[in-house]
Design a protein around this ligand. Structure first.
Ligand code: C5P
Length: 318
């Protein structure tokens, strides 16, 4: 079987995991000439994970399992496949690589599931091909694949600027959050949601715009989940609600259930309900679930770390 000369001896398959992200603050600026919007965001990694295994194989292939798997492309447009192709080309390798993904993050849900796949695939392929790129070099490759991919590699809590790819870790942002994740029927396409925001802004000059992040960053260094909850904001929410008005009912159900704050996650349609502790999250989740306004309800927490290698399987074959 073809193997790159620099491949660590015996390593034939490598597994990595990467977390979902939420945006505690998502300020969207104007449309840029390159088709992206300038962002000011506070990212947080939460305890939902994508798992990606890359292995030497007879042919390139992508297989996906877990919730929503049938909606994930298995051709080379898949973000994990693009990550593998990028590093394979860089390594000058002609090895055939199979990619196996297990979805733990909602598909097309505004929680960066595809970006997490790419982040995990970068880390695993770097190891499989023995490239030895450091974290900074991997983040640079990650930014080429998508705006959220560098954050899925890094994890924790970070300020994101540029189109979201320029990161500054917020080391003091330690306040733990427990939240409920309410999945919607169907997904929303990120570019469509950004375009809807542009349309709404052209139509209405009174659409609120998120301000600075200083108060939120300060609150995140404390230990009061309510103070943090009061400062959460998402400029994309009006656009997601415009495209999927049923989400209003979901948000209302979470508020009626006593959540500290409810909002759409990123470009949606997943809704997030922030709670004071895990027990509170369990009670909000049960109530939202009973309202029948969500396809599925999950409980999670953050912050968690970024992409990580799971021990590569070793074989005796060289
Ligand atoms: O970077 P990513 O591939 O995730 O972006 C997907 C799409 O979302 C972009 O093509 C663009 O339409 C929109 N987007 C944007 N501004 C950003 C990030 C994404 O307009 N900062």
């Amino acid at each position: 079987m073809p193997r790159d000369a620099s491949t660590p001896a015996g390593v034939r398959a490598v597994t990595a995991v990467a977390p979902a992200k939420i945006n505690l603050h998502l300020g969207v600026g104007d449309l840029r000439a390159d088709g992206f919007h300038d962002l000011l965001t506070v990212y947080r990694a939460v305890d939902l994970w994508e798992e990606v295994t890359v292995s030497f194989a007879d042919r390139d292939e992508v297989t996906v399992s877990g919730p929503g798997a049938p909606h994930v492309p298995t051709d080379r447009s898949n973000l994990a496949a693009r990550a593998v192709d990028l590093l394979r080309e860089e390594a000058g390798s002609d090895a055939r690589i199979a990619i196996r993904m297990v979805k733990g993050v909602p598909v097309a849900g505004g929680m960066a599931g595809g970006s997490a796949d790419a982040a995990a695939a970068l880390l695993a392929t770097d190891r499989l091909l023995g490239l030895g790129l450091g974290r900074a070099a991997l983040e640079e490759r990650a930014a080429r694949l998508g705006s959220d991919v560098p954050f899925c590699l890094r994890g924790g809590t970070a300020l994101g600027t540029g189109r979201g790819e320029t990161l500054a870790t917020l080391l003091r942002a330690r306040t733990e959050q427990h939240l409920v994740v309410a999945l919607a029927d169907g997904g929303l396409s990120t570019p469509v949601v950004f375009a809807e925001l542009d349309r709404l802004r052209a139509e209405r000059t009174d659409l609120p715009r998120a301000g600075g992040t200083e108060s939120l960053v300060e609150a995140l260094a404390g230990d009061d989940p309510l103070m943090v909850a009061d400062l959460l904001t998402n400029d994309l929410q009006p656009a997601a609600l415009s495209l999927m008005p049923a989400l209003r009912r979901t948000l209302r159900a979470g508020e009626e259930a006593g959540a500290l704050h409810g909002m759409v996650s990123g470009s949606g349609p997943t809704c997030l309900f922030f709670c004071s502790d895990r027990e509170h999250a369990i009670s909000v989740a049960a109530e939202v679930s009973a309202h029948g306004v969500a396809r599925e309800v999950r409980i999670t927490r953050g912050p968690v770390g970024g992409a990580r290698l799971l021990t590569p399987q070793q074989t005796t074959e060289q």
